[in-house]
Design a protein around this ligand. Structure first.
Ligand code: CUA
Length: 253
């Protein structure tokens, strides 16, 4: 055998050995794992952010035409996050700009990945799988802030929730919309956010922020099947009040 040929074979073997060692080191030494499908969890239909101890979080993302739920996630710096991802309708992509997080959202399957957000900043979430007309508008946002800002944000959210409850009492929302699941004059607020609702015209909508805002501002536009129109007064709320009442409704699971 030619000497050069021999050398090349040795170099190739050495390179393969180095690559194998690097893969082992990444997997065992650094604990880096590929995103996997999570066989033991059943698909979910609403997004959720669960704060655990030690700066650990579980974020449940639902992808659907054409939004991510939750649309915005706020996390403190150095948050260790387990991301669980499912889709409601068709395949979607899930790419977090500025990180190596890149998943597919597949209906009926839960895919998961782990990430540690070391630096504060804005991390847009984009769908990179063509999923229909408004694919290009399918955006989410992960905002990573320092710990003081995070505390401030949490306080503000808690404030919004209690203000939202107050508005609900003062503007008499609570007179028709129960919070315990009782459905009488109007749909209950309990479990409202994130659910799929049938309308009088037979179509189905997902109760997200957009739908809630529309239904508060123009109550007669979409009537939930089984209910009468002209029952809900058009009582204008400011943008801030809308935010507060939506944050409140979200807590009623
Ligand atoms: Cu969802 Cu493209």
């Amino acid at each position: 055998m030619d000497r050069l040929e021999k050398t090349l074979i040795y170099v190739a073997i050495a390179l393969m050995a180095i690559f194998a060692c690097l893969v082992l080191y990444a997997g065992v030494g650094l604990g880096i794992s590929l995103p996997t499908s999570h066989e033991h969890s059943s698909p979910f239909t609403r997004g959720e952010i669960i704060a655990k101890e030690n700066n650990e979080f579980e974020v449940y993302f639902v992808a659907r035409m054409w939004a991510f739920d939750p649309p915005e996630v706020v996390l403190p710096e150095k948050a260790e996050v387990n991301i669980y991802l499912s889709a409601l309708d068709v395949n979607h992509g899930f790419d977090v700009v500025g990180t190596n997080l890149n998943l597919m959202a597949v209906p009926g399957v839960v895919n998961m990945a782990h990430h540690r957000f070391d630096r504060s900043g804005e991390y847009p979430v984009i769908c990179h799988e063509y999923c229909g007309l408004n694919h290009h508008k399918m955006l989410g946002m992960i905002r990573v802030v320092n710990s003081e800002e995070y505390l401030r944000w949490k306080e503000q959210l808690a404030g919004n929730v209690s203000m939202g409850e107050k508005i609900s009492m003062e503007r008499d929302c609570a007179a028709c919309h129960s919070t315990d699941g009782t459905e009488d004059i109007a749909p209950t607020f309990k479990g409202l956010y994130g659910r799929t609702t049938k309308l009088t015209d037979g179509t189905e909508v997902i109760v997200d922020e957009e739908y809630l805002i529309e239904s508060i501002q123009t109550p007669n536009k979409k009537i939930v099947a089984g209910y009468e129109p002209d029952m809900m007064p058009e009582d204008p709320l400011s943008d801030e009040e809308l935010r507060q009442i939506i944050d409140y409704i979200k807590t009623l699971k």
